[in-house]
Design a protein around this ligand. Structure first.
Ligand code: SAM
Ligand code: SF4
Ligand code: SF4
Length: 347
């Protein structure tokens, strides 16, 4: 098959990567993502069916998207998710079909996900200590996350990744333990700087464990760290320890990488966002359900991507005064539009 020509935006960034949020619901309440007591959920009738998701993904793939990441909320809460994976896995234009999960339900579902054709799994793991997990997530399911990681390995997933939001005063003393755990389970650990995204209403700059902090701690313990200097659009910068262990840092807060960003996000109710920080999205559900032709939908997507100028994280950084900035959206704003929430938009 001829590869799709790349659709590029105003800054010549290709549209190759789509994050598909399959639900806004979650079974954890991570303080950096869902710190409130109650939330406004997307109406059930607005949620795209698997057929609708598959149709939209198919159109995106015809326009050049090659990589799909299923996310949420917690994607494993979406009933029968392997059915969607089966549909997507038959699309020859997609060369990467990945999932990001908090791992709580992974032990139950890993075998079905693998059998359905999912290529890769990333599991969020911020701590190895059950008490800290409970304090952070307000749930007591830490052991199940670890079982989920083991199960993913056991059923045959290769190239597991563990994503850790690194926070001052929370897990800054666990970086080495997490790297060692990653070695044990054959997974690459990626440290993510705490971001001031929608939903992170408790965000403060002094809670961010920066790329420089992370490198300082790891090089102090392990010795010199070598950058892999890959020519990639992936958000993680990959680095190597002296023993050749590879790990990643996603420095969205202190060193944003918007200039190479090829990602957009589709929410579970069919709103398409060109940036994690975008306040407005394009409603694709409405025209899809109104019977718009594939050509009309593709032309809508094409025009929108061609006009894209988003550089959300860089713009947030530019707002800093003396290294300080406030949260992105206040609680009232989130209450008015749940699409601004990270758990709706998909991380
Ligand atoms: N529920 C799944 C999970 O937690 O893996 C998938 C959705 S979650 C929104 C995707 C990723 O976003 C997770 O790795 C999570 O740690 C990350 N995330 C959420 N809020 C964040 C924040 N304020 N800063 C940095 N990363 C964040
Ligand atoms: Fe935590 Fe992911 Fe749920 Fe957000 S969506 S609360 S990051 S598990
Ligand atoms: Fe891409 Fe927006 Fe994230 Fe920048 S902030 S890397 S433009 S999604």
């Amino acid at each position: 098959m001829t590869p799709a020509p790349y659709l590029t935006d105003v800054f010549d960034r290709p549209m190759t990567n789509l994050r598909l949020s399959v639900t806004d619901r979650c079974n954890l309440r991570c303080q950096y993502c869902m710190p409130e007591e109650d939330y406004l959920w997307l109406p059930r009738e607005d949620l795209l069916t698997f057929e609708e998701m598959n149709t939209l993904v198919g159109l995106f793939a015809e326009l050049g998207v090659e990589k799909i990441r299923l996310t949420g909320g917690e994607p494993l809460l979406r009933r029968d998710l392997p059915l969607l994976i089966r549909m997507l896995a038959t699309n020859p234009r997609l060369n990467d079909l990945a999932l990001t999960t908090n791992g709580v339900l992974l032990a139950d579902q890993a075998a079905d996900l693998f059998a359905a054709g999912l290529h890769r799994v990333t599991i969020s793991l911020d701590t190895l200590r059950p008490d800290r997990f409970t304090a952070l997530t307000r749930r007591t399911t830490h052991a199940r996350v670890l079982q989920g990681i083991e199960a993913a390995r056991a059923v045959g997933f290769k190239g597991l990744k563990l994503d850790t939001v690194a926070m001052q005063g929370y897990n800054d003393d666990e970086l080495i333990d997490l790297i060692e755990y990653g070695k044990q389970v054959d997974a690459e650990v990626r440290f993510i700087e705490y971001m001031d995204v929608g939903g992170a209403t408790h965000w403060r700059m002094d809670k961010v464990l920066t790329r420089a902090d992370i490198l300082g701690t790891l090089s102090h313990h392990y010795g010199p760290i070598t950058p892999l200097n890959e020519n990639s659009r992936a958000p993680a910068e990959r680095l190597m320890l002296p023993d050749k262990t590879v790990f990643g840092i996603i420095a969205s807060t202190t060193a944003p990488f918007c200039r190479s960003c090829d990602r957009s996000r589709l929410t579970a109710d069919g709103m398409w966002y060109l940036c994690l920080y975008a306040t407005d999205g394009l409603d694709l559900r409405q025209p899809l359900r109104a019977g718009a032709s594939p050509e009309a939908l593709k032309s809508l997507v094409t025009r929108t991507w061609q006009g894209r100028t988003d550089r959300g994280a860089e713009e947030r950084k530019a707002l800093e005064r003396n290294g300080v900035r406030g949260a992105l959206v206040q609680l009232e704003g989130l209450r008015q539009d749940p699409h601004l929430e990270m758990h709706t938009r998909g991380g």
